[in-house]
Design a protein around this ligand. Sequence first.
Ligand code: LLP
Length: 421
Amino acid sequence: MAVKYNEYGELTMGGTSLKTLAQSFGTPAFVYDEDEIRNQMRRYHEAFRKSGLKYNISYASKAFTCLQMVKLVDEEDLQLDVVSEGELYTALAAGFDPSRIHFHGNNKTKREIQYALENHVGYIVIDALEEIDLINKYASEPVDVVVRLNPGVEAHTHEFIQTGQEDSKFGLSIKHGLAKEAIEAINDKEKLNLKGVHFHIGSQIEGTEAMIETAKLVLQWLKDNNIEVELLNLGGGFGIKYVDGDTSFPIEEGIAEITSAIKETAESLDYPVPEIGVEPGRSIVGEAGVTLYEVGTIKEIPGVNKYVSVDGGMSDHIRTALYDADYEALLVNREEEADETVTVAGKLCESGDIIVREAKLPSSVQRGDYLAILSTGAYHYSMASNYNQMQKPPVFFMKDGKAREVIKRQSLRQLIINDTK
Ligand code: LLP
């Protein structure tokens, strides 16, 4: 866990009191434990290194990106997965080596394809037949491409369904012949070099079964169709712990199981063991980040519920409203027994603006207290909006007892900067 209480009963991260941080910089604020982010990246590296196979780990920018995050990815020697002109722009602005960037997206615009090509990204992931002609047309020199397959497999948190995801805007269906057609078309194009195949079977996946079964299915398909590729990219989706009962993807054992299953399958098929790619986003940053809020209005409806409202909401925390996601809230400025179940609500003008539906908190919580919502490092800042003209919160990286501001709080002026007078 990224946070713990110190001897004075204050919640801390990386040796710093979060109460002091909240008092100095205001709330809402996103705070990350930098060592924890780095540690997750190192764990993936170490696990793959042990497998002895060729590998690449790409951080999925969409989980959380900014210049300093990209620099950290660079320092830890990961590659980068981007899905838009904006994510690519951010990576390039941070000085990231374009040859280590992969460009994804189910509807890349003409401009995005040109931008990716001009900057010589490592490879482009083909997600539709039309892209093959477009990339070939705009490329001035040979370009590596990877085909995103739709293997007809879906992984839910606990279950794994084959033929589950046929009806999807992502990827090229194996079963319906689109994947084969794409590969033949790529092989016909002079400027396109088929580097590999890719799949991504879902998010917040527990265990390794779904990924292993899909990898086996794909290897069998490659073998049956006489398609030889150097890269098999398994996508992202590795789960994290949001609340008690969730388990984080066990990186060491998980990667060991996946890599040995792929190696065995390839060898038994007499297929060259491919380089293995993964694209974790959530499991790199998710548990390393928390959101700090200040408590305002408390409303108790006798016999019904108690609402503890905070100074942010669905503009910086959309996942509860969007996915009915669960979170844990901790009182920041006092360590006390959590003896009450309350609803932590945001301040935006919607009943659905809830942060934690059933939060266990001390009954003493009052106006002016600070709360930390745990495991908000992934898909929070990146999914933040200006709904209700709320300002996006600042982001801090904590390390060695110091807070480093990596994104400033949006100013009121910035809210109207693009408005014409
Ligand atoms: N690679 C591809 C091709 C993806 O589509 C995604 C996520 C990832 C990698 C990274 O997946 P991760 O390891 O972070 O699970 N907004 C949702 C998550 C959407 C994920 C979309 N694709 C959420 O808040 O849960």
